[in-house]
Write a protein that binds this ligand. Structure first.
Ligand code: SF4
Length: 339
């Protein structure tokens, strides 16, 4: 019933509204999406839309990106303003500025901020010649700066940082955790100490147990998992990479997937001819906050706003002081990836 009402509202609103939906959202929300993707795909898609209202189904930092990349006429709203990301809260501007300014020769250090961060940190990166990255392009972005002989300050996710550095052929000795910054000795990659609690849930013994249960299956994990879990898996990559890899695999193939469970369950429905198992049940509670009821309420509010001037609720706006440089660091990412 509620789904029918959402579809009717969507039809009535036509091209005035787009609904970008992250892969970790519930199936019902995905079913009414205009585009579905990981945070990189959604940022690119949002930068191209002309819709007047962007109803973003994901978490807050993603909706902020839509506002940063959108035009001044567009409005971004989010069905659940409390859909936060614990990892994004693990780095704040004051602490990042403190660490960065304490580093010698910091003009040679490129700050790279994971998409999972707030606009002030993206702005910091833009100001200091750095870039945003996502899990689908972290390798390309880090390589871009390392190839220029720069060092990298990578935040907030230490796991994505170290897993990316390893993929680029660096060793753990080339990295230092920002908690030990007093011992800094020109390591090539300085890693912030943040993490995603959902991906940190996966352990090497989970991999071992699941391999015993399904010996024919390949293990594929997200690089927000620890280095040990990634080392013990057969493959690792972003949500989009995992999706493409499973999609391209032959029918009858078996996969143990280490990423957010809502997404893994959806993969199992989407590819019934393949055997898809969760490495472990690990749900992002913040992504799960968006329900059909709340999406319906948001669309209704947008409709009433257009028709009667009802105040628009749950608007996501990035402060002007951060917008310009945050846009610069997002555009830098898009530019490096498109090279
Ligand atoms: S899955 Fe992890 S990184 Fe993604 S929104 Fe949830 S807590 Fe944040």
């Amino acid at each position: 019933m509620i789904m029918d009402e959402i579809k009717t509202l969507k039809k009535e609103l036509g091209n005035k509204v787009v609904i970008p939906v992250h892969h970790y959202q519930a199936k019902e929300i995905v079913d009414v999406a205009d585009f579905v993707g990981d945070s990189y795909m959604l940022a690119v898609d949002c930068s191209k839309t002309n819709a007047q209202f962007i109803v973003f189904c994901g978490v807050l930092f993603m909706a902020q990106c839509a506002d940063i990349l959108g035009s001044s006429e567009q409005k971004v709203v989010i069905p659940v303003p409390t859909a936060d990301c614990p990892m994004a809260n693990m780095a704040n501007l004051a602490t990042v500025e403190k660490v960065f300014s304490s580093l010698p020769n910091n003009e040679n250090i490129a700050p790279i901020v994971y998409m999972n961060s707030y606009a002030d940190l993206k702005s910091f990166c833009g100001k200091h010649g750095g870039s945003v990255c996502t899990s689908s392009n972290a390798e390309k972005i880090m390589k871009y700066y390392l190839d220029q002989g720069k060092q990298v300050l990578f935040f907030p996710d230490r796991n994505l940082g170290i897993n990316t550095a390893m993929k680029l052929g660096l060793s753990e000795k080339d990295t230092i955790n920002s908690k030990n910054i007093a011992a800094y000795n020109n390591e090539r990659v300085i890693l912030w100490d943040g993490f995603c609690p959902i991906h940190l849930n996966f352990t090497v013994s989970d991999v071992t147990e699941m391999r015993k249960k399904y010996p024919e299956a390949k293990v594929i994990v997200h690089p927000e998992s620890t280095k040990e879990v990634v080392d013990n898996a057969d493959d690792s990559g972003s949500t989009e990479y995992i999706l493409k890899k499973i999609e391209a695999s032959p029918d009858g193939s078996s996969w143990i997937v280490g990423t957010e469970s809502t997404f893994v369950k959806r993969l199992a429905v989407q590819f019934p001819a393949k055997n898809i198992y969760m490495l472990k049940d690990s749900v992002c509670a913040n992504m799960a906050k968006t329900t059909p009821e709340l999406l319906h309420k948001t669309l209704l509010n947008v409709k009433q706003h257009i028709e009667n001037g009802t105040p628009l609720e749950n608007i996501v706006t990035v402060e002007n002081e951060y917008k310009e440089f945050a846009a610069q660091s997002l555009k830098k990412m898009i530019e490096i990836v498109s090279k």
